[in-house]
Design a protein around this ligand. Structure first.
Ligand SMILES: Cc1cc2nc3c(=O)[nH]c(=O)nc-3n(C[C@H](O)[C@H](O)[C@H](O)COP(=O)(O)O)c2cc1C
Length: 161
């Protein structure tokens, strides 16, 4: 087994995102770091989701999402959306309504509205390949890096021993 897997993985440069899923009354949002562009034509983005998340069935039902890029100083937001909650996690934040129905975090660096193209199995996660429909840059602040979040996601306990 690889030693220091968490430390190694945090040296891959990754941003931190809040991905809102679902439409109408059925919405949720979660923090994600495993995301990248995967095609020019069509413009595709891919992210990795744990199918155990509350957000997963909402994504499957609606096939739309909105990816908001966090700014470097938004650790509280990364933490808030990075944990499941019995209450509505989206309450208390300002959201921009988008054409897909999945809202964008108003206080973020930029956002993309997306439609799911397809899913692929990836170990204990699913890769979600999405077509980017639209997007807006909201700020010129630097982005958060995954390495800024330390062990916020509890991943030190999740790598194989
Ligand atoms: C910094 C950070 C990065 C994360 N990256 C991912 C990720 O890329 N994919 C994922 O499925 N979960 C990721 N998570 C975990 C989810 O955000 C977390 O499990 C969340 O509670 C899921 O929300 P839900 O159950 O309300 O859908 C990350 C958490 C944090 C704090």
């Amino acid at each position: 087994m690889i030693k220091n897997a968490q430390n190694l993985m945090q040296h891959i440069t990754q941003g931190v995102y809040v991905i809102s899923v679902g439409q109408g009354q059925q919405q949720n949002a979660f923090t994600a770091a495993w995301l990248m562009q995967v095609s020019f034509q069509p413009l595709l983005i891919c992210f990795s989701i744990n199918p155990q998340h509350h957000s997963y069935p909402l994504l499957k039902q609606s096939s739309v999402c909105c990816i908001s890029i966090l700014k470097h100083d938004q650790l509280l937001e990364a933490d808030h959306f990075g944990h499941s909650s019995p209450t509505d996690k989206m309450q208390g934040y300002n959201w921009i309504q988008t054409e897909t129905g999945s809202p964008a975090l108003a206080d973020s660096l930029a956002y993309f509205t997306c439609r799911v193209d397809h899913y692929t199995d990836a170990g204990d996660h699913q890769l979600v390949v999405c077509e980017v429909l639209n997007g807006t840059v909201l700020s010129d602040a630097p982005p958060m890096l995954y390495s800024d979040t330390g062990d916020m996601d509890g991943s030190s306990a999740l790598y194989g021993k």
